[in-house]
Design a protein around this ligand. Structure first.
Ligand code: PMP
Length: 931
């Protein structure tokens, strides 16, 4: 086409560009001129006219009729740049398919072309949460675009755009008058001026190049794989120009702030991802947040101008509200803090601020308070008591100390909040002092407070006001603005922190010894149903079934400590506690389960149970169910069939193990329980198959020694077995001389609420029961309980002694746990809080299609996620992402089942309704906002 070279558009001459008016019929005619017989559907745009072109369900492209203000050179530059990005590999790009051709619009002429449509959808939608993984993906797209365009040159880049951050200050000055709210106008203008004063001195040192200029959530396209979005494409090169390279990133990360739950630190994964591809210089890193503020200011004033042009309607008001909120979020943390955080995050930060090493104040005899998670002073939930710090300090002063001081930079557990979806401000930016007598502080120290308790800090000159406590995510940024007053106050210097714990862990652990979360918090304290990390964040613990009473229960601690002082030996000695414990345990079980073997773990218990069965029956084979985990010792591992725990489980079981279907009436071979679908399905069929398998083994001359299963299916997600299942299978295995073993290690001990033991739900009595986990509230205990007859036969062929199983300390721990379960009514609490929680979760299932089912009883619940309620396709990746997001919101929860698509809800039984509601609310939020 003939294109007379014409200078590019200049926003400051044109002002806002009205969108060319094109009807759907016109659009379809233009498409036809490209040989496309399609339906056109209008798409929104700010300056061009766009239509989606589809032939039935097949999308053929996007028709773009450029604003007549844009010249052919500019359009050509955009199409070439898109081509350049597409060729660079790694990214999809909205390249040109047809055109451009000149078409008449609004009495003039505009350039029309058809661009490639990239399926998968964009990241747009302010109500949607962007995970750190997705934010990193957005940063990587910006980095890839930047690299692809690095040497791109074209005369069509020469234009003056509203969105080019080089012109941001001029733009804000030009358009600020449109902001009707004068308070907002003043804030936006002064924020822009302050930010600009940081950019301007470095402007000459900022590399510039061709930039896309609009790598935002609106223009970044994702591939959706396994239910999760991964940014991998870029569309709309309409804002292509030459500008500061770092602007590409600034624009991208500003768009993150629009999203649900986003705050300034949410952008950091994008910054790191960009930097990994296209390293930022120290100057670029230093102007990044100021440019975010400029972009936010530009969005506010531009939105207000648009509203002035288009008139204020609901849509415009909504958009303005978004821009305004984005601006407030960008402003919510001082620019110095964000810059410090960014520099440190990229390894570009400076040394900690130094002060003279001389003491300037003699405070006399000083007691230093440790308020961290590791402090003994905060034991037994003392950190939850209001005024605790002051009382602690008063205690030291009463003992004759002249002063009491806290520690600089310490994350204080005493400052935390429980059940909080955002991390509380816990990190100290100064030192708190309590003094016996009034103190004259020398100049140079910033002292705040009322005399009895003051906060002393050393902010750098010109720093914004630094709060006494800041949130851990921002601590590096805040601490770059204050010096450490420890030495000035004559306090002992803090000991250096130990290196990266995860790295050290990996150096001395094998890969099979997994840990929760890719980037786990460091948990060093527990209390009731809470877990506290070293940064002072307290999480709601929804997974620790072992600590059935709650973490750090004082009665267990006291009983164990007392017994350790008195006696700890082995059960060949004659002492009372082991007898009492065995009696208590047996007393909780029906006849004829009366003989107790005490061991140290569930694996040992299962191992011993199997050996009892082999010896007592003289048989050599065992029948187990699919999807089971029973332990890691040789025999307990042999009957563990869960492919989530061991991907090769099913192909590597020894020949004496025979596997029957998991009686999973939600998604197994047979669906529905006998109760709700009639006698012909569920229980009867699963039981029938298992009975047949046992009969066939017997017929082949290999009658099983035992049938072993969890009597309530914990490992599959907390599911009841179909009605009558165990009755039928136990009868068959016994008919052939075998034993029924119930593994109660997860589900027993009151957790199910209505039943103390899982087998009660099935109305059966096993021959052998294995118990562990909850028995010791975290102290290692396990047990096998069986009949006298079976136990006695073991004498003939086996030996049993455990050095610590049934030791006085173990026995006392076990007795105390039983006492507390009784005294605190924990089984009843499991029933009460569990049914409340289950009802809440069932209500969520009505509103969120991802929830396929809510399983379980009491405080063993399972929320199963599926991509489709018909096919029950497991939402495995979604479940992992949901667990990661729940951690951000302060909840520890993990997936289970062979498909890892069930949230296993098995908290300490002291969970209260407030905790249950917090969990349900957080899950509701995650399912609403995304993950
Ligand atoms: N059986 C079941 C049902 C279990 O859940 C577990 C532990 N997850 C075990 C046995 C093994 O117990 P332990 O880890 O104490 O060896």
């Amino acid at each position: 086409m003939s294109s007379s070279p014409k200078a590019g558009v200049d926003f400051f001459r044109h002002g806002a560009l009205p969108v060319p008016q094109v009807t759907t019929q016109q659009a379809e005619r233009i498409a036809a001129s490209f040989g496309l017989t399609v339906r056109a559907q209008p798409l929104g745009s700010q300056q061009d006219s766009n239509f989606l072109l589809a032939d039935g369900d097949r999308v053929l492209g996007v028709l773009k009729i450029a604003n007549p203000a844009f010249g052919a050179g500019e359009i050509e530059a955009q199409d070439r740049a898109a081509g350049r990005v597409a060729e660079s590999g790694g990214l999809r790009a909205g390249t040109v398919l047809h055109g451009p051709v000149e078409v008449p619009v609004d009495g003039g002429a505009a350039l029309a072309r058809v661009l490639r449509y990239l399926p998968g959808g964009t990241l747009a939608g302010a109500g949607r949460y962007l995970s750190p993984r997705v934010v990193a993906g957005l940063g990587a797209v910006a980095g890839q675009v930047s690299l692809a365009l690095r040497s791109f040159e074209h005369p069509g880049l020469d234009r003056v755009l509203q969105w080019d951050l080089r012109h941001a200050m001029r733009l804000v000055d030009t358009l600020a008058g449109h902001v009707r709210d004068t308070g907002l106008r003043a804030r936006v203008t002064s924020a822009a001026e302050a930010a600009w004063s940081r950019v301007e001195p470095l402007a000459g040192r900022l590399p510039w190049q061709a930039v896309h200029g609009d790598v935002t959530d609106d223009n970044v396209v994702c591939s959706v794989r396994r239910g999760l979005r991964t940014p991998d494409g870029i569309i709309d090169f309409g804002d292509l120009t030459s500008s500061w390279a770092v602007g590409e990133l600034a624009v991208a990360i500003t768009s993150v702030l629009r999203h649900a739950g986003a705050e300034p630190c949410s952008v950091l994964p994008a910054v790191r991802a960009f930097h990994a591809l296209r390293p930022l210089s120290a100057e670029e890193a230093a102007v990044l947040w100021p440019l975010v503020l400029m972009r936010a200011a530009v969005l506010v004033v531009s939105g207000e101008q648009q509203a002035a042009v288009d008139g204020v309607n609901d849509y415009v008001t909504g958009a303005l509200e978004h821009e305004r909120r984005l601006f407030e979020r960008a402003m919510s943390v001082p620019v110095e803090v964000m810059t410090g955080l960014i520099l440190a995050g990229l390894g570009l930060g400076g040394e900690p601020l130094q002060v003279s090493s001389e003491t300037v104040l003699d405070l006399g005899r000083i007691a230093v308070l440790d308020l961290s998670v590791l402090s003994d002073a905060v034991d037994e939930g003392a950190w939850l008591e209001p005024g605790f710090e002051d009382r602690l300090a008063a205690g030291w002063l009463a003992e004759g100390y002249d002063a009491v001081a806290t520690r600089f930079g310490e994350a204080r557990l005493t400052a935390t909040r429980v059940l909080s979806e955002v991390s509380p401000a816990t990190v100290a930016t100064g030192i708190d002092l309590w003094t016996a007598a009034p103190v004259e502080f020398p100049d140079g120290l910033t002292v705040r407070g009322d005399g009895k308790r003051v906060h002393v800090s050393l902010p750098v000159p010109g720093a914004p006001e630094v709060p006494p406590l800041v949130r851990p995510e921002y601590a590096t940024g805040w601490l770059s603005l204050v010096a450490d007053p420890t030495v000035l106050l004559g306090l002992p210097a803090a000991s250096p922190t130990d290196g990266d714990l995860l790295e050290r862990r990996q150096a001395s652990f094998a890969a099979v010894q997994e840990h929760y979360y890719a980037d786990p918090p460091r948990i060093e304290r527990g209390w009731r149903h809470y877990l506290a990390a070293t940064d002072g964040r307290v999480y709601l613990d929804m997974v620790n079934n072992v600590t059935v009473l709650g973490h750090a229960h004082p009665r267990v601690e006291a009983a164990v400590a007392r017994q350790l002082r008195r006696l700890n030996t082995n059960s060949r000695f004659n002492y009372a506690s082991v007898v009492e414990f065995a009696e208590r345990l047996a007393g909780l079980l029906p006849e004829p389960l009366e003989v107790v073997f005490l061991v140290n773990s569930g694996s040992e218990a299962v191992d011993l149970a199997l050996r009892l069965a082999l010896v007592a029956t003289g048989h050599r084979d065992v029948v187990a169910v699919r999807e089971a985990y029973h332990g890691w010792t040789y025999a307990s591992d042999a009957v563990s069939t869960s492919t989530a725990d061991n991907p090769n489980a099913l192909s590597t079981r020894p020949p004496w193990v025979h596997i029957v279907d998991a009686p999973n009436s939600y998604r197994g071979r047979y669906r529905g329980t006998g109760a709700d679908t009639g006698a012909d399905t569920g229980s009867v069929r699963y039981a029938g198959d298992a009975v047949r398998a046992i009969a066939e083994l017997a017929a082949a001359g290999r009658p099983p020694a035992a049938f072993l299963a969890e009597p309530y299916y914990g490992n599959a997600g907390g599911m009841p077995l179909p009605d009558g299942y165990l009755a039928a299978v136990y009868a068959e295995v016994r008919r052939h001389g075998g034993l029924a073993i119930a593994d109660e290690i997860q589900v027993g001990y009151g957790r199910l609420g209505r039943w103390f033991w899982g087998f009660e739900q099935q109305g059966v009595v096993p021959d052998v029961v294995t118990v562990a986990k909850a028995m010791g509230n975290g102290y290692p205990l396990g047990a096998v309980v069986t009949s006298r007859d079976i136990a006695e036969r073991y004498r003939d062929a086996g030996y049993f002694f455990s050095s610590t199983g049934g030791s006085p300390v173990s026995s006392v721990a076990g007795l105390t746990v039983l006492d507390v379960i009784r005294d605190e009514g924990l089984q009843a609490n499991a029933a009460r809080v569990g049914s409340h929680l289950k009802a809440r979760l069932e209500e969520l299932a009505v509103r969120h299609a991802l929830i396929g089912a809510v399983h379980g009883s009491g405080l063993y619940l399972g929320v199963e996620f599926v991509r489709d309620r018909e096919t029950l396709e497991p939402a495995t990746e979604e479940t992992a992402a949901i667990c990661d997001r729940m951690l951000e919101l302060g909840v520890i929860i993990q997936p289970t089942s062979d498909r890892m698509c069930v949230l296993k809800i098995k908290p300490p039984l002291c969970l209260d309704v407030a905790g249950a509601d917090f969990f349900a609310d957080a899950l509701d939020r995650v399912l609403t906002e995304g993950y």
